[in-house]
Design a protein. Sequence first.
Length: 485
Amino acid sequence: MPKPIRPVLLLALLSLLLSACHKPHPATIAITHATVIDATGAPPKSNSTVLIDGTQISAVGPDSSLKIPSGARVIDATGKFLIPGLADMHIHLTGAGEPAGSREFILPLLIANGITTVRDMGGDVAQLKKLKKEIDTGDQLGPQIFFTGPYLDGNPPYFQPSIIVQTPAEAAAAVHKLKSEGVDFIKVQSGLKPDAYFAIAEAAHKENIRFVGHVPDSISAAQASDAGQASIEHLTGILLACSSREAELRQQQLNPPPRKETPRQTSLRQRVWQQAVLDTYSPEKAKQLYAKFIANHTWQVPTLPLLIELAFLTSATDRANDPNLKYIPPNLRKIWKQGRAESLANKTSGDFLLRAKLAEASLKAVGDMHAAGIPIMAGTDSTAPNLVPGFALHDSIADLVRAGLTPMQALQAATSRPAGFLGRDNEQGAITRGQRADLVLLDANPLADIHNTEKIHAVFLKGKYLDRAALDALLTRAAQFAAKL
């Protein structure tokens, strides 16, 4: 006959059962004595406390008004500045050439640079969904991901992965397929013909999904805006659209001479064409175009680092010795080096002068659009050549200040503006109660010098606290991955 269980032992067993069934709430984190820059445009709030419960911000207020819960983890942020987590609104997570790259060096670089949200603008759906799931379930440390999947492009496509679209039926099928696979946006590319592009626009409208991307070479930026394109990337088509000879110059671009050209002849022809675009700038046409963008709610992601450090590269802006290249795997670094060499080869001082003028014209266009009221978002196009993931976003934010935005406005372009575009401004992009606890703690004031966004003391990713040591460990991991390949 079994012995009866003694009362003391019974209580102990009951206690174990109860504790096993009860999952304790994550400990509260209290960030105290911080200067909060909430990206709403409000003045910084010094001597502030922010409480984080689990994955959300539970309270924000003056140090004197908030009671810190018993058992909370207290982080003294005296002398530091708290901003919302940053968003890179144009990136390619699977563009590094090896499946492991996203996890081993791209994601660590993003988090170490305070980037907690990304919009992937072209990649394999299966890989992106797998990566997103790993992050959402906590199996992989990384930013939240919104994505387009493959490009919709003409034949031949400019990049892979692409879906070739040449007819209305192909447009409808491609948009329906991608929508059913769970993409957040449809991405259009430069090689689309007008009929295919407008069929994609119609299909996207019917499927209730926004389309974004390049303005195809064959249509105008004004037509893209009227068709409902939600965001234009890289300023594609915009300088041309501000030309008094827009239609003529577009035809020249679409119909190069039939004769065979040497590389130098092609370069000279393109130089003449680009100079003509600059020389025929029309303030009135620009004003009309920007009014259309506002009326149609056409957002802009100029990816200024891509233009300055790749498309309009000069010997003066070449970053061949960028110390952050140590984070880039050698196979990718080799491609970047070759691309820089080809871009700079056989170029004259006149070529570089024109490129510098194109970069300045791009900066001016961004400043003018912002002044007109067109919403601008920060983005990089990493992992395109010369754009080190994570670090390039800080260049993008600083470039927006060069373009004429204030530091606060440039900060909003990487925080509250993306949240609004994504329809998540009630959930992220600011520092208020109920928002996702994605935050960056800085050692210096970004409103005094926008480059202070790079002086990161800690990152809070969905409530997870990553101090400077943890961020340095991510950078070390990325460097080690690159070194061993």
